[in-house]
Design a binder for this molecule. Structure first.
Ligand code: DX5
Ligand code: ZN
Length: 224
């Protein structure tokens, strides 16, 4: 089973000093940096582009988990790969040939990830998982577009459905993850935890990252 990792989402950082935010995550012991890319079409918000990923690539050696909330991610994967993304995640709901795009992400030298929104059945991603096209599955526990939203517990059953079929899959959960919600998420089998608000608003990010990791490890996969 893959190990527990904590991935701060810089969407919650001070946009006026993203370099400092990246360094703060590194000092806090984060395992990866989660970067939320939004086009204002697939989701009702616009966030950041390849230039921010390239900045982060210059500033840190932490892997970058780049979450494309784009209607047509196939048009942008090359730019994000060139910018230094380690994992590029696309949505099953996107307007693209998902299987072809996942293959192309790998062809660019990145790990591939498939993401599913709260209203979408988890079965929708099983075909590309069966074909071995995804290195990471991202289960959304909020409707994408904004940080600071309330955790949707229904995501847990989706995590468990993937974990029971694919014991070695990297399974991330994203949205409303804090020191409490990380517990049921980990208990159902998630091993990668995206957290924006709860980490960037914490008085001590290092302590929060350590506590989140400990809370997850204490119950990891206990519900399987
Ligand atoms: C939402 C993003 C999430 C979000 C998480 O569309 O995909 O990564 O930034 O933020 P919090 O942890 O504040 O819910
Ligand atoms: Zn995200």
């Amino acid at each position: 089973m893959p190990k527990i990792e904590i991935m701060p989402s810089i969407l919650a950082a001070d946009m006026g000093n993203l370099e400092a935010a990246i360094r703060q995550c590194e000092r806090a012991g984060a395992d990866q940096i989660h970067m939320d890319i939004m086009d204002g079409v697939f989701v009702p918000n616009i966030s950041m582009g390849p230039a921010v990923v390239a900045m982060a690539d210059r500033v840190t050696n932490l892997p970058m988990d780049v979450h494309l909330m784009l209607l047509q991610p196939q048009n942008h994967i090359e730019a994000f790969a060139k910018a230094g993304a380690d994992t590029i995640l696309i949505h099953i709901e996107a307007d693209c040939d998902v299987e072809d795009t996942l293959k192309k992400i790998r062809g660019l030298g990145c790990k591939s990830g498939i993401t599913v929104n709260p209203p979408t059945p988890v079965e929708s991603i099983f075909q590309c998982l069966e074909k071995g096209l995804a290195d990471e599955v991202l289960i959304m526990s909020v409707n994408p577009g904004f940080g600071g939203q309330k955790y949707i517990a229904a995501a847990e059953a989706k995590v468990a459905a993937v974990r029971s079929r694919y014991p070695d899959m990297l399974i991330s959960i994203d949205g409303g993850i804090d020191l409490e919600t990380v517990k049921p998420a980990a208990a159902h089998g998630a091993n990668l935890f995206v957290a924006g608000t709860s980490l960037f608003k914490a008085p001590d990010m290092k302590a929060a990252v350590a506590q989140m990791r400990a809370n997850a490890e204490a119950v990891y996969c206990s519900k399987i």
